[in-house]
Design a protein around this ligand. Structure first.
Ligand code: M6R
Length: 613
């Protein structure tokens, strides 16, 4: 959730770290801080609020030094303020530490340290870890590296940390467990960050730390890796494929808007090399070795959170319809805390944009321990989830910076569509004629998304009308029910309007009580198998004087006659409507949030990478 950036080299560390923190701000943005070492001094600068506040705060201060660590925080222990912000210094002011994760046994450790004379300034678990390292170092009179390693053997929980020392201008110590950390290797310099985004403009050579690894980054001695149990490891250097432009706003006012507009391309990228009209085939290279497992699966369980969970429900409809395999979709956080019936005959599909979501990762580990085969659908290459699965398919949507997921959702649904088609073809559950027709339809989706994006002016007009509504209802049936859920989530997370998604037929079992003249109801009413039923649901809303904004198939007449507003989308096969119908709902949420003056890319209380349970 928090973001870490660290640097050691010949350049000034502060500006590199500051820029890196801005790139990582989507991970957490309630406070930030940087510590730099220079001439035996350790200077720590911390500020509540966005990284820009920190930048303003240091404007008249000496921030020079060529080694430093920085952090942007999403508060877990202790409210967001200057004191709780990282880096946290040791009692003797010789060391400083930045941390992402949670030290679960911090309270017991803190008590012990207090009895040994330690005093604490903040409410954080991180400061406790810093003092534990300090205590071990002074007790054992050992190197800082050893002290950090031994301290990590005493803590329970999750961490990515970087430690800096006042006395050693040539070493950063980094370690991880259940929270990602990447080391960038430059010429005579090293970078360290929670993900590769702050590193990519400096070097393409990276080492992803594995769980339980600790690294020493030294200009003199190079990069040294060990496990926290003290076993030597050889760093595995990989080349980054990320492009710098993908991390910039590219002329758009917000990352979210840019990412919405990128969808024709991201969906295309996701299908590239996987769908071939000329060969009339679909192939997902990353799962080929496990194809038989999937084809013969008695049941598929999808585990995911948030928007990825919504994509999983679309996947349920796709796989059940096209491949006739029963699918269950579970919140990862619920799945992991009960005793699920699962064994080696089950296939688990784990969906995650970031590939770092703690609950999804834990659900994977649980399913793996029971012998299930795990298939990943991730966006971030090299992420923890992509490495924890047996096989998988990347979504290739490119970096998603806006906290509200948009292009990652449509890319996830695209992979699930390809998977369903591939499995249906293998199992013989789709006719040749339907398979070919679906291939053509899916291949056409990027053009159709492009044409929906052209309705933006009309969507802005609708946003203007409903921007002040305190509540909103989203309805859809069948494969469009998860689209309703996703539409509601987009609105609530970025505009703070209370919104609920429901299967349209469920409305009369409760939510209909909410409908009055003020209440907008957004309905996916495209011409598919349940069209007439949805039209009846719209009538029910109108009979109670509710306002209806309907997403309809181009040329629709019936809904146009009764709804207050219609947004037309091109006709496509029922199976692929979610890929198109989602777009106007994303735009609508975006415009409403902007009109309400909300911070669209960094909505309050949220983080892009939910690496705590
Ligand atoms: O990275 P993941 O896909 O695993 O993240 C899951 C959710 O945290 C995420 O989808 C969240 O709901 C987004 N803010 C939705 O826009």
């Amino acid at each position: 959730m928090c973001g870490i950036v660290a640097y050691i080299g010949k350049q000034e560390a502060f500006p590199i770290i500051l820029k890196g923190l801005k790139r990582l701000e989507y991970r957490g943005y309630d406070s930030s801080g940087i510590a730099v070492q220079k001439d035996g001094e350790l200077n720590i600068f911390k500020k509540q609020g966005k990284v820009a506040e920190l930048e303003a705060y240091v404007a008249d201060k000496d921030t020079s030094g060529t080694i430093g660590i920085g952090h942007t925080r999403w508060a877990t222990h202790g409210e967001p303020n200057d004191v709780n912000a990282h880096p946290h210094g040791s009692g003797n002011e010789k060391f400083a530490l930045v941390h992402n994760g949670i030290i679960e046994n911090y309270a017991i450790l803190k008590e012990e340290l207090i009895t040994r004379g330690h005093t604490f300034k903040s409410d954080t678990d991180t400061e406790v870890l810093m003092h534990l390292i300090e205590e071990i170092k002074s007790q054992q009179d050992c190197s800082l590296f050893r002290a950090v390693r031994l301290a990590l053997n005493e803590v329970h929980g999750a961490y990515a940390i970087v430690v800096i020392s006042k006395d050693n201008p040539d070493e950063l110590i980094a370690a991880r467990k259940s929270s990602p950390l990447v080391i960038g290797i430059g010429k005579n310099e090293y970078f360290c960050a929670s993900d590769a985004t702050p590193i990519v403009e400096f070097t393409k050579n990276v080492v992803y730390l594995e769980d339980g690894e600790i690294a020493s980054l030294s200009l003199k001695d190079g990069l040294k890796l060990k496990t926290i149990e003290n076993q030597e490891k050889t760093p595995y250097i990989q080349e980054l494929e990320m492009k710098l432009e993908a991390l910039e706003k590219g002329g758009y006012e917000h990352f979210m808007l840019k990412e919405i507009y990128e969808q024709p391309r991201s969906i295309q990228d996701c299908m590239r090399g996987r769908l071939s009209l000329s060969e009339n085939m679909v192939s997902l290279g990353g799962i080929l070795n496990y194809k038989d497992k999937l084809v013969n699966a008695k049941r598929i369980i999808v585990v995911a959170c948030g928007t990825s969970w919504h994509a999983g429900i679309v996947g349920e409809y796709l796989i059940e319809e096209l491949a006739r395999i029963p699918v269950e979709v579970e919140y990862a956080s619920e799945f992991r805390y009960r005793n699920p019936v699962i064994d080696e005959n089950d296939v688990v599909i784990a969906i995650s944009q970031s590939g770092e979501t703690a609950d999804t990762l834990a659900a994977i580990e649980l399913a793996k321990s029971r012998g299930a085969t795990i298939v990943g659908i991730c966006n971030v290459v090299g992420s923890s989830i992509s490495r924890a699965t047996h096989c998988g398919s990347y979504t290739h949507a490119g970096p998603e910076i806006g906290v509200a997921s948009t292009k990652a959702f449509t890319a996830q649904v695209t992979v699930l569509s390809l998977m369903a088609l591939m499995l249906g073809r293998e199992k013989g559950t789709i006719s040749d004629e339907r398979f070919s027709r679906l291939l053509i339809d899916l291949d056409n989706i990027p053009h159709k998304v492009e044409s929906v994006l052209k309705t933006d002016a009309q969507i802005q007009h609708i946003a203007e009308i409903y921007k002040d509504s305190p509540n909103a209802l989203y309805l859809g049936r069948g494969i469009n029910f998860p689209v309703a859920l996703e539409g509601a989530l987009k609105l609530k997370e970025i505009s703070y309007i209370h919104a609920e998604g429901y299967p349209a037929a469920e409305m009369k079992h409760g939510p209909i009580a909410l409908i009055d003249e003020e209440m907008p109801t957004f309905v996916i009413a495209t011409q598919d198998a349940s069209y007439e039923k949805v039209v009846s649901n719209i009538q029910e809303v109108k009979a109670r004087k509710g306002k209806v904004i309907a997403i309809v198939t181009k040329g629709d007449k019936d809904v146009k006659g009764i709804a207050d507003h219609v947004i037309e989308i091109p006709k496509t096969d029922d199976m692929f409507v979610p890929l198109i119908a989602t777009i106007p709902l994303q735009l609508l949420s975006y415009h409403i949030a902007v009109m309400r003056g909300c911070n669209v890319d960094q909505p309050r209380n949220l983080s892009k990478h939910v690496t705590v349970e």
